[in-house]
Write a protein that binds this ligand. Sequence first.
Ligand code: X3X
Length: 337
Amino acid sequence: MKKKGLIVAGIMLLAAMAVFANAEAESDSTGDYKLVLKLSHVFSPAEQLTKSMDAVAQSILEKTDGAIEIQTFPQAQLPAYKEGVEQVVRGADFISVEDPSFIGDYVPDFKALYAPMLYRSFDEYVALTETEVVEQMMARAEEQGIKILALDYIYGFRNLITKKVIETPADLAGMKIRTPGSKSYIDTLTAMGAIATPLPWGETLSAVQQGVVDGLEGSEFTNLGTKVYEGPAKNVATTRHILGTCGVYISTEVWASIPEEYRVIIQEEFTNGATDMVNLLKSQHGDVVKELESYGVKFNEVNDAAFREALAPLYAEQPGMTPGVFQSIFSELDSMR
Ligand code: X3X
């Protein structure tokens, strides 16, 4: 009996030592753990997305006691757009901040999420990103090596910004309109009646100035933040054809290598950063419109029904999309209205 007691005591002692050793290892592993991540996006210093990314990075550095250092690179100083997402998929210590259409190359359902004229408000889109429909999309992105930390760094509804007044798709005939390089934008502006002309943002204002393109499309926050209004394209047709938003993407491998206690902080800060940015831009939009008008920008309404009719073919399921994905999105949105 005595021998049995000793064996039990020994087993309990070994178990306790194992737990202690493991805890020690974890604290050691987070104790001297350090990771530097490079964060890339295309926005300019004056735009809120840039300010929000800088604020989130600073907060993460402080809350992890310097363990997680996110170096932010605006204005496409590092690989951006499609190339930025490729860095994530390759497993680089890299965070790509781009709109979800660029994830569409890996998970086609994101092209449905970023389809034109879907949303009536920022809030609708944010609510949709919290549904199971989008959670399933995010899970498929992880299968492709992309961990999505946020999808709602919303920078405003994108409108047409042109030299001449646009009211109908017919007005866009023959007009070269600059877009970002993803297929979602090219298909959208083509369906609206324009000649979609993909260019990186860095070449856009000079292309408008030199007449290489007849206009562009973007939000009022982009218009003000990048001084589009200083150029010849002073007419804004309020198509609200796409809700401009950015997601935050990191490699699933890199994400899994970060200690859990830091992952919790990183996720929380990017989530809160998006909420803060959405609330700020909602409160600022009216004043931004007034400021643009003070610079000579003229806003006009459009034939909404004509543009919706022109865009209808884009709700057909594309190769690789989950059958019924558009119906799922429509029914979620209908349930909110
Ligand atoms: O992936 C991010 C978006 O596609 C960026 O849109 P773009 O290239 O029209 O840039 C918006 C500007 O606000 C950047 O300064």
